[in-house]
Design a protein around this ligand. Structure first.
Ligand code: ZN
Ligand code: ZN
Length: 250
């Protein structure tokens, strides 16, 4: 009896999917091609960034967004690699649909952009991939953490023969903060994030090369704050990668 109920459940879920597909057919955001959220053609048209700057001073050009030697001594972060420009309309639209229209399948093409960019960079292969966490309240609202879905794609695809460990538990966001997007003032963005993150088990981080993944960085305050707690927990190297960096007026 139970098994047939399960079977019925599966069929009704399938019917539900078919029903949704008819109501909301999937078309590529770029060219309308059917059955793709973003076809590989349109994904490849997104221009990747060629020049990268030091994420701390944001002035000196550095290979793969590594922190420049002037900023080195007081930076918890070793580098921030930016995949593409937020000026790219296709990328902006894709991220918007991913985050605010909850199209979680877009993690696949967006994950590819991240994976290809990391793969062609000189960033060391990480021991551990960490998504920038959302506060549980925000994650419940969205239904998923967009950075976790992206990090999962990277952990599965960065190296062809094995999966790099993905850890979405050890780094936690313990304070509910205002959305960084709402805060225009540069200093306030940093203050907003003070003590927002915590490492629940430093043993998992000690002596590890960490790669942090997020969708967008603006001032980089979130990433620097995460890097700070990771460094305190004894991480040996901390790099971060984002799809794009959104410019704000300071
Ligand atoms: Zn397309
Ligand atoms: Zn610098």
């Amino acid at each position: 009896m139970k098994a047939s109920k399960k079977g019925l459940g599966r069929i009704s879920r399938k019917l539900h999917e078919v029903f949704l597909d008819c109501l909301f057919p999937i078309n590529c955001l770029g060219c309308q091609k059917e059955n793709h959220w973003l076809c590989s053609n349109c994904r490849q048209k997104i221009k990747t960034s060629t020049e990268q700057v030091c994420p701390k001073c944001e002035k000196n050009l550095t290979p793969d967004g590594k922190v420049c030697h002037h900023c080195r001594p007081d930076s918890p972060l070793d580098g921030l690699l930016v995949c593409a420009s937020y000026q790219d309309r296709q990328l902006r639209q894709t991220i918007h649909n991913f985050k605010y229209r909850f199209v979680s399948d877009l993690a696949i093409p967006l994950g590819k952009i991240l994976t290809e960019k990391i793969g062609s960079s000189s960033i060391p292969l990480p021991d551990l991939i960490l998504p920038v966490p959302l506060h549980p309240r925000r994650e419940r609202w969205r239904g998923f953490n967009q950075s976790h879905l992206l990090a999962k794609q990277v952990s599965q695809n960065l190296t062809p023969n094995f999966e790099i460990s993905l850890d979405s538990k050890t780094l936690q966001r313990i304070r509910f903060t205002d959305s960084q997007m709402k805060i225009k003032n540069y200093q306030k963005r940093y203050l907003n994030l003070k003590n927002a993150f915590k490492i629940i088990d430093p043993e998992k981080i000690r002596q590890k090369r960490i790669l942090l993944i997020d969708d967008i960085a603006t001032t980089g305050a979130t990433i620097f704050e995460c890097a700070e707690v990771l460094r305190e927990a004894g991480a040996s190297e901390i790099f971060a990668v984002v799809l794009a960096r959104q410019e704000i007026n300071r």
